[in-house]
Design a protein. Structure first.
Length: 336
């Protein structure tokens, strides 16, 4: 199931979804958060309440965020978790950019996507929001996975990550499983040896295929080469790109346009970015959607720890295609 945040949705829809799932886990259950930003103090209090009622709670958070110290208030509230809280703060480790939330109680559920709880109801540091954007109001998506085997695998991996050194050999992690696969779903922990899975898939698309993506960040050589080459092979490539120069450089946009890639900027109200990370592929009779935390950037493909998923579920594809069209209409309306 797809859960959406952004214009037209309740302001805090996705953080409320996280809190609702936290509160639903009973004594003896397990909760695992793996996220880049964690600034929501009410959500931190909900996790502490779960911990106090006997839920096994683990939280893994990046300590070297782009805005240093942005998480400090919420992490202070999470201190009672003791060893259950880990802040990754090593200068040469892989950066933790994943957004993964696993709940194992009466119902097993994992949420993955683009949203991290980076806002706060009573904001103590408005300058942080001015810098990173208001994710509670931005276009964001979380996909709920409820297959028991997949959720169990994600829970095991998230708890393993909690104790990992995040050491690497060059750009590669030293020892992580590469993928989980079922009939319709696949999930990867990035980075991995070889080409990133999404770029491998794009490289196999031929003439007549259609590729649509929402790009929060679009930068570097890998994305430019993959999308330009796909377009040259006759793939119809459409990009909804975040509106700011920092996230999507104008020079790269111009190069994509020269390669006949259709690029639409999604400009919105100040400090409300387009943060959804969706990729829809149609190739012959096959339709699939890719989602997770990874941006279309060299950093995400090569140097960040990310979660990337692919689904061939028809209902999820249709829901994500509807979101893509909705963001496109928003962008067109903003241009007047």
């Amino acid at each position: 199931m797809l859960h959406l945040g952004g214009p037209g949705e309740p302001t805090r829809a996705l953080r409320d979804l996280l809190e609702e799932n936290v509160r639903a886990v009973p004594r003896g259950g397990r909760i695992s958060f793996v996220t880049y930003y964690f600034r929501d103090r009410d959500l931190a209090r909900a996790l502490i309440a779960a911990h106090e009622r006997g839920v096994h709670v683990r939280v893994l958070v990046e300590g070297r965020t782009r805005t240093r110290g942005a998480n400090r208030h919420a992490l202070g509230l999470l201190a009672p978790l003791g060893a259950g809280l880990r802040v990754l703060d090593r200068p040469y480790a892989l950066r933790l950019h994943a957004k993964l939330y696993v709940f194992a109680g009466d119902v097993k559920r994992a949420l993955i996507g683009s949203f991290n709880p980076s806002g706060d109801a009573d904001e103590l540091d408005p300058a942080v929001i001015a810098d990173i954007g208001d994710q509670d109001r931005a276009f964001n998506a979380l996909v709920a996975l409820e297959d028991d085997a997949l959720v169990d695998w994600l829970l095991a991996q998230s708890e393993r990550l909690h104790g990992s050194l995040f050491a690497r050999a060059g750009r590669f992690p030293l020892a992580w499983p590469q993928a989980y696969r079922s009939e319709d779903d696949a999930l990867w922990l990035l980075p991995r040896f070889g080409a990133p899975p999404l770029l491998e898939r794009v490289a196999r698309l031929g003439s007549g295929a259609r590729l649509r993506l929402t790009a929060t960040h679009l930068s570097g050589t890998l994305a430019l080469r993959a999308l330009s080459a796909a377009s040259a092979r006759g793939v119809h490539v459409e990009v909804l790109a975040e509106g700011t120069e920092r996230r999507v450089p104008r020079a790269l946009e111009a190069q994509l346009r020269a390669a006949r890639v259709a690029v639409t900027r999604v400009s919105s109200v100040p400090h409300v970015p387009m943060h959804a990370k969706l990729c829809l592929i149609e190739h012959g009779a096959q339709r699939e959607v890719w989602f997770g935390s990874a941006n279309w950037s060299d950093r995400s493909f090569l140097r960040n720890f990310e979660v990337l998923a692919r689904s061939r579920d028809e209902a999820l594809f249709d829901a994500c295609a509807s979101v893509w069209a909705r963001i496109e209409r928003f962008a067109q309306a903003a241009r007047g």
